[in-house]
Design a protein around this ligand. Structure first.
Ligand code: AMP
Ligand code: ZN
Length: 135
């Protein structure tokens, strides 16, 4: 028996409120929603994070999110949504089975996103070059 909670949901060992399923992908309600209708979209196969997810499954995951988003929005009366992926523990990934969060948003729901700050002068070019060199 796997100790991956999402694999156990897929196997039917742990209950979930499933809203979508196909051969490769499942979507179900997050048990602790940021807003009502918060859905997790996951591949049926176990991959720990986005960096090891095969390209085809990456595409399928996003396609399913795109397909079900209108139903979520209409279903819960949302005005928009955030599509997020926490990659790695430092980024807040608690479950090591890659998943997209599809979070419905409502006007004035108070779910503020973090705010950014401009780079100091000249720093953006340095950072961009550091990244380009790794590609
Ligand atoms: P993350 O922090 O990106 O790894 O997100 C993991 C998400 O899984 C959290 O939002 C949890 O609320 C959710 N979660 C954990 N266990 C369950 C479960 N049994 N059923 C549905 N969602 C779950
Ligand atoms: Zn898993």
């Amino acid at each position: 028996m796997t100790d991956c909670i999402f694999c156990r949901i897929i196997a039917g060992e742990i209950p979930s409120d499933k809203i979508y399923e196909d051969d490769e992908v499942v979507a179900f309600l997050d048990i602790a929603p940021v807003n009502p209708g918060h859905v997790l979209v996951i591949p049926k196969a176990h991959y720990p994070d986005l960096l090891v997810l095969p390209e085809q499954l990456t595409v399928q995951l996003v396609m399913v999110a795109q397909k079900i988003a209108p139903a979520i929005i209409t279903g819960v009366g949302a005005a928009g949504f955030n599509l997020t992926l926490n990659n790695g523990v430092v980024a807040g990934q608690a479950v090591g089975h890659v998943h997209l969060h599809l979070i419905p948003r409502f006007k004035d729901d108070g779910r503020e996103l973090w705010s950014g700050q401009p780079y100091p002068a000249g720093e953006a070019a340095v950072v961009a070059e550091k990244i380009r060199k790794q590609l």
